[in-house]
Design a protein around this ligand. Structure first.
Ligand code: F6P
Length: 357
């Protein structure tokens, strides 16, 4: 019998989601002749039993395929909500929509919730990892990360010239509440002098010393500091700074660091803060994200065809392979390895990346 599969995007959006949808619909309809239902707004749409029939011809605009390079998600998404309080409604929706399988594109939080639902409802679930944070375990790639890294590097390229022209320290705050992959990758690729991430706490004295050294020893009058929104102070500094007017969460981490640099240099160093925010989630997907999205979408459909459920498509050693969702959930979020080659390379280049784990 002709299969009917559902697809949804869940959690924060990122570039490349539409590319995954494109690959899933294309492979499922053209290769297998299945019906594909898009479920809008993740679990909210599921709960409300909403579904949109998707097929390759539905979005053919004079031969142009907009999904290849369109950011965001045509299905809409949510990254909050009380999904587990409505379990029964959602389990009933899966039955009512008569789905043979559900392909979900999400980060570790969404995968945890959907895996729980799938267990309770005996759903045929296949997952695809997406997140600009790149913190989903058991995969070297997640859709959206590469584009976000490129967006930050582009910002760093621009900021470097204005920083150099004015002898300023530019503090660039990037996303990453609990994992610093984004800051670390973009900071190294974009030529940062300091990269602060949640996994390696920093001290204000070392940070200031590093910037002073750049000026005094190397005559580098400007500096670029990339700071993840979840970067942490060393414990001894936390107590001292608790009373600071601008300690997070009173202000963002970037502003706090700018104030500290101004303070420790007796206001001799001029600082500016750029918070990149949701610019990092927008934009046209990079070539690598398009490739990853295409291979992930195709592989997810093949897993459904093979009846291999409860699996996420992961990228390991140059190949897309199935990994059990329950292992992914148990091992996520994936943190930066403080002993890993990226941190070590950054240190060898003279970048201050914090010290303690
Ligand atoms: O999880 C991805 C992420 O981009 C985080 O790095 C960031 O803190 C968060 O989403 C912000 O999400 P939103 O503003 O959509 O709630």
């Amino acid at each position: 019998m002709r299969k009917r599969i559902g697809i949804l995007t869940s959690g924060g959006d990122c570039p490349g989601l539409n590319c995954v949808i494109r690959a899933v619909v294309s492979h499922a309809t053209l290769t297998y002749d299945w019906e594909v239902l898009g479920i809008p707004y993740a679990t909210q749409g599921l709960r409300e039993r909403q579904a949109i029939a998707l097929n390759m011809h539905g979005w053919d605009l004079r031969g142009i395929d907009p999904l290849l390079n369109m950011g965001g998600t045509i299905l809409g998404t949510i990254n909050k909500g009380d999904t587990l309080a409505h379990i029964d409604e959602m389990l009933a929706s899966y039955e009512a929509l008569a789905l043979d399988a559900l392909i979900v594109i999400g980060g570790d939080g969404s995968l945890g919730i959907l895996h729980e639902l799938a267990n309770r409802g005996n759903w045929n679930l296949v997952a695809i990892p997406k997140t600009i944070d790149n913190d989903v375990a058991l995969t070297e790639r997640a859709v959206g990360f590469d584009t976000a890294v490129n967006t930050i590097v582009d910002a760093l390229n621009r900021l470097t010239f204005t920083a150099a022209s004015h002898d300023r320290v530019m503090i660039v705050e990037v996303m990453g509440r609990s994992a610093g992959h984004l800051a670390l990758h973009a900071g190294i690729a974009g030529g940062a002098d300091v990269i602060l991430i949640p996994e390696l706490s920093y001290t204000i004295s070392r940070l200031c010393q590093h910037i002073a050294e750049l000026r005094d020893r190397w005559q580098r009058k400007f500096a670029i500091v990339v700071v993840a929104e979840g970067a942490k102070l060393c414990l001894e500094d936390v107590q001292e700074n608790i009373a600071s007017a601008c300690a997070p969460p009173k202000c963002g981490r970037g502003q706090y660091i700018a104030d500290q640099i101004a303070q420790c240099s007796q206001n001799l160093i001029d600082t500016r803060v750029s918070v990149l925010g949701h610019i990092q989630r927008g934009g046209i997907p990079s070539a690598l994200d398009r490739l990853t999205a295409t291979v992930f979408g195709k592989t997810a459909v093949d897993l459904v065809a093979q009846g291999k459920f409860g699996q996420m498509v992961g990228w390991q050693n140059g190949e897309a392979i199935p990994v059990p969702i329950q292992d992914v959930v148990a091992q996520s979020p994936l943190h930066v390895n403080p002993q890993g080659s990226l941190v070590q390379s950054a240190r060898c280049l003279g970048i201050y990346v914090g010290e303690k784990t």
